[in-house]
Write a protein that binds this ligand. Structure first.
Ligand code: COS
Length: 389
């Protein structure tokens, strides 16, 4: 792994700066006012969905030929970061819509894309169903089966940890079609919420991102048409991993937004809060903490947007390094988010530990970014495999 060719530094284009200003204004006006209530009442942020959808940011990544905005990977990350800066749960709307349709966009037929993607543009959502109770980090150990039956497929089994499960209309579901072939016997399908035998199970009770439901899914002789397979039978696991190469930077962007939101809140608070006769921002201890927080956020930002830019340019084709940067950016940004949000709580002192200020919510929301779309340990495994290959 050497040279800059695969790691070109990201420099924001003017259009990306304009987009950032637009989504920041929208997030502050339409999404931020509901963030505490969404968390407190563990309710889906309908206001955010409506605001994002009215402005075309709901499924910003959908290609123009399917009526979408056709935003590139960098632009999609900007939208996610800016929404996460005010509400972690709401940022999962554009993030999971990308995760739930990326395999389809990369490997699906135009006919299947035409069935699914315009729905997202119309305000529906999509989710990604890979994990099972006994197949989390070892995703290839899944048991959910899909059998060819006449001119369709019949799915049986269950999935868990499905972000936005029960709210989404479409699900990218990975299932075993040939148990003899291991990872090469897994296929990807698009399942619709109205399909016979599709059942949404329990919602998890969680530490954070409480506005985004995390649900189990059951497939009980779930019958879907034959054309709902993504690509060829047996390619589903690779499509699932290829998807993560494109979407791990979006989790990095979510983490980045949470960290930036916590830093912004801490800067404002420490300038106001007086102790020992002066603002606590005047103490060198506070200044050094804020400086470290800001420095690490900027490092994470460089990594996230470089990974996103690489994904856009298809750097994978130039030596398979896309997976490294995707995993590295997600891992680095989520570790930064955990550290920065925790330090923000510390700077707020006792107030930071209460629900009267947003930083404790940001800290709780940040934790999941170290876990989902590949734990940071699995991501380090992906990075190590690429370094050693
Ligand atoms: N893109 C395309 N194909 C890929 C790939 C990628 N990024 N990574 C691996 N593959 C291919 C491999 O080349 C291999 O194909 P062949 O058998 O033809 O050589 C196949 O996919 C299986 O790969 P591998 O042998 O590496 O699979 P493992 O089971 O050893 O490990 C890990 C895969 C652990 C990396 C994978 O299971 C993983 O990422 N787990 C975490 C899952 C996750 O992120 N879950 C969160 C879900 S979203 S909340």
């Amino acid at each position: 792994m050497s040279g800059n060719a695969d790691f070109d530094l990201y420099a924001p284009a003017e259009e990306h700066e304009e987009l950032r200003a637009a989504i920041r204004a929208l997030a502050e006006k339409e999404i931020a006012p509901h963030a505490a209530d969404v968390d407190e009442n563990e309710r889906f942020p309908e206001e955010a969905l409506a605001a994002l959808n009215n402005s075309g940011f709901n499924a910003v990544h959908v290609p123009e030929e399917f009526d979408g905005q056709g935003a590139d990977s960098v632009a999609t990350c900007i939208v996610i970061e800016e929404v996460a800066r005010v509400c972690g749960s709401s940022s999962l709307i554009p993030a999971v819509n990308k995760l739930g349709t990326m395999g389809l966009i990369l490997q699906g037929s135009d006919e299947l894309k035409q069935q699914v993607l315009p729905d997202l543009v119309a305000g529906k959502m999509a989710s990604y169903a890979l994990s099972e109770r006994e197949a989390g980090s070892d995703a290839g150990a899944m048991k959910t089966r899909a059998k060819a039956d006449g001119d369709g497929w019949v799915l049986n089994g269950s999935k868990c940890w499905i972000t936005n499960g029960g709210k989404s209309s479409w699900y990218t579901v990975m299932a075993v079609t040939d148990p003899e072939k291991g990872a090469n016997g897994i296929s990807s399908f698009m399942v619709h919420e109205s399909d016979e035998g599709f059942v949404v199970g329990n919602k998890e009770r969680k530490l954070g991102i409480k506005g985004s439901p995390t649900a189990e899914l059951y497939f009980e002789n779930c019958r879907i048409p034959g054309d709902r397979i993504i690509g060829e039978p047996g390619t589903g696991f690779k499509t699932a991993l290829q998807t993560l190469d494109h979407t791990r930077p979006t989790i990095g962007a979510q983490a980045l937004g949470l960290a930036q939101g916590a830093l912004d809140a801490a800067v404002e608070y420490t300038k106001e809060r007086k102790q020992f006769g002066k603002a606590i921002a005047d103490f060198q201890n506070t200044q050094f903490m804020l400086a470290d927080m800001a420095m690490k956020i900027e490092a994470a930002r460089l990594m996230v947007y470089t990974a996103a830019a690489n994904a856009e340019r298809g750097v994978a084709a130039r030596g398979g390094k896309l997976g490294f940067m995707a995993a590295a950016s997600k891992t680095f940004a989520s570790d930064v988010a955990m550290e920065v949000t925790t330090n923000a709580v510390q700077l707020f002192g006792g107030y930071g530990y209460t629900r009267d200020f947003p930083v404790e919510r940001m800290m709780r929301d940040a934790k999941i970014t170290q876990i989902y779309e590949g734990t940071n340990q699995v991501c380090r495994m992906v990075m190590a495999r690429q370094i050693l290959s």
